[in-house]
Design a protein around this ligand. Structure first.
Ligand code: ZN
Length: 127
């Protein structure tokens, strides 16, 4: 049972996906700004007064790894959103990967990059 979305539905979904992507890109910009600023501060080599304790270094490293981890999450989201856009274009958007049924509009509006219907998602999570 395949119920196709109307052109208007797809247009709406496209808008949601693009808006989401814009938000994530914005977040990503903030994260890289932050990381960049920290690197520049360190690169300026201000070690006068020997404030360069091991503890500080460890915290800085942790911060940066955290930011980078976050950034890779955001990148993954962007990749998934791009994928959703592709599927909107080729007409496979909203079709469940597992049962080939139609994913509900409500679910797609909340998670536009969803590739599984709620039933199949729950089945996978149980495994
Ligand atoms: Zn399914």
């Amino acid at each position: 049972m395949k119920k196709k979305f109307t052109k208007k539905d797809l247009k709406d979904f496209k808008k949601i996906v693009l808006k989401r992507k814009e938000e994530v890109l914005d977040d990503l910009r903030h994260i890289s700004d932050d990381t960049l600023r920290k690197s520049q501060k360190e690169a300026s080599g201000d070690i006068s007064g020997y404030t360069y304790h091991m503890a500080d270094v460890a915290t800085d490293n942790y911060d940066r790894e955290f930011s980078l981890g976050l950034a890779s999450n955001e990148r993954k989201t962007i990749y998934e959103l791009d994928d959703a856009l592709k599927r909107i274009e080729d007409g496979t958007f909203g079709i469940c990967d597992d049962c080939k049924g139609t994913i509900t509009k409500i679910r797609l509006k909340a998670v536009p990059s969803a590739r599984l219907c709620i039933k199949c998602q729950q089945k996978r999570e149980k495994k």
